[in-house]
Design a protein around this ligand. Structure first.
Ligand SMILES: [Zn+2]
Length: 311
């Protein structure tokens, strides 16, 4: 039976899923890796994938597609650009995979785009032809789909919605080197940053935080009536709703999906986010749906597999 492998590449391990060509996730495995730059590293990956197949009654000959997501830009031809946060030699890995999976089409896809493709294939956007996935984690990523296809752009910057400028008066710098990006207010680190500012403004001690991205504690504080936490979440909703309204005047998607770790608090902020979007958007877009993504951490694995089937 034909199989497709979807691989989500992380900093310390890769997560691989074995899919049927109909999109059913049949088995998954986590393969510990460090940097993926040498023949020995590539072998660790291919052996791990072989084991996943063999443990589940399949062989390398069954594999018709292998898709991999990378945390960085991938152009429309599937060529991987500069990877800032991970030690990976995409061409070397691709060659090693080609030798192992001789029948397979290989494809690389940007990680946020992979998550969007996953939602399009088997998740919340299954029946949609246009939507934007807003992936809120440490940063804010985006995956833009129109006419059923990812918009990655001429230079690979398409969908970098975390860097939409929402505050031209900001003096603190974003990771991209510019000031006032959406990510500075609506990412996990942004929410915590604004929360601390709001506490300082009020002369109030922040609740105990486990780290610079601990939105769970901020959300819990908000539920318990903490005004600074409420203000941080309002700021996040206002900035994100504003950014989404700007996106809508360009591509006017059918829906926005909110994914990533912060989506765990979706119920808490959904109504405020919808209200902020309606406040800023142009009239025709007012009924655009804003929903939670449904595949969670598996979305990129699904999307990578789906991308491999497109070749
Ligand atoms: Zn930025």
């Amino acid at each position: 039976m034909d199989k497709v492998l979807g691989i989500d590449i992380g900093g310390t391990s890769i997560k691989a899923g074995m899919f049927s060509t109909e999109g059913e996730l049949q088995a998954a495995a986590q393969i510990p890796t460090g940097e993926i730059v040498s023949e020995a590293d590539f072998a660790l990956v291919t052996e791990g994938l072989k084991k996943l197949l063999e443990d589940n009654g399949a062989t390398v000959e069954d594999v018709v597609g292998v898709g991999l997501d990378v945390p960085g830009p991938v152009d429309n031809d599937g060529k991987v650009g500069m990877l800032a946060n991970i030690e990976l030699d995409p061409e070397g890995l691709q060659a090693a995979l080609k030798r192992t999976f001789v029948r397979a089409n290989l494809a690389f896809v940007n990680d946020a785009n992979a998550a969007a493709l996953g939602e399009l294939w088997q998740g919340s956007a299954k029946d949609a032809s246009s939507f934007v996935l807003v992936a809120i984690g440490t940063g804010v990523g985006g995956g833009v789909v129109t006419d059923g296809k990812i918009v990655s752009g001429a230079f690979g910057a398409g969908g970098e919605i975390g860097h939409i400028t929402v505050n031209r008066d900001e003096t603190a710098s974003c990771g991209c080197g510019r000031q006032g990006c959406l990510e500075q207010y609506a990412s996990a680190s942004g929410i915590v940053r604004v929360y601390k500012q709001e506490c300082a403004k009020r002369g109030q001690e922040p609740v105990a935080l486990t780290g610079p991205t601990d939105t769970l504690s901020v959300f819990n504080a908000c539920r318990a009536g903490d005004e600074a936490a409420k203000a941080a979440i309002s700021c996040m909703c206002d900035c994100l709703g504003y950014a989404m309204a700007q996106i809508s005047v360009i591509i006017d998607p059918q829906m926005y999906l909110i994914g990533g770790g912060v989506a765990g608090g979706f119920k808490l902020f959904a109504e405020e986010l919808r209200a902020a979007f309606r406040k800023y958007c142009l009239a025709p877009s007012v009924s655009t749906r804003i929903l939670p993504a449904s595949l969670g951490n598996d979305a990129a694995m699904y999307g990578s597999a789906f991308q491999a089937m497109q070749g």
